[in-house]
Design a protein around this ligand. Structure first.
Ligand code: SF4
Length: 98
């Protein structure tokens, strides 16, 4: 198992991204998140691609271009916290190793 985890960064590095720069597929609902710090912190912890980070102003941000489209955040966060959908028009990640 640990061998697989050690190889993961190298395997992920061969993926390709077609980013839809002006059209994020992740919308954070800042009013809700500002009142539910536990949910915001959870998003930072669970995303394997480190999409969620706090900006210098302390507000949660989503670097959507790095999204692996695993769906973890959408499954764990309440609907009030964010809107998530697959990137439109075939954009997003292209896995090279299945
Ligand atoms: Fe991160 Fe997965 Fe959510 Fe994308 S779908 S933002 S990779 S947890």
């Amino acid at each position: 198992m640990s061998g697989l985890l050690e190889k993961l960064p190298a395997r992920l590095s061969v993926n390709m991204y077609e980013t839809d720069d002006g059209n994020s597929h992740i919308e954070l609902h800042q009013e809700y998140l500002s009142q539910h710090q536990d949910v915001a912190d959870m998003l930072v912890r669970v995303c394997p691609a480190h999409v969620y980070r706090y900006g210098s102003n302390g507000v949660l941000e989503a670097e959507f271009a790095a999204c692996l489209e695993c769906g973890t955040c959408a499954m764990l966060a309440p609907a009030e916290a964010l809107t998530w959908h697959y990137p439109e028009g075939g954009m997003g990640i292209v896995y090279r190793e299945g």
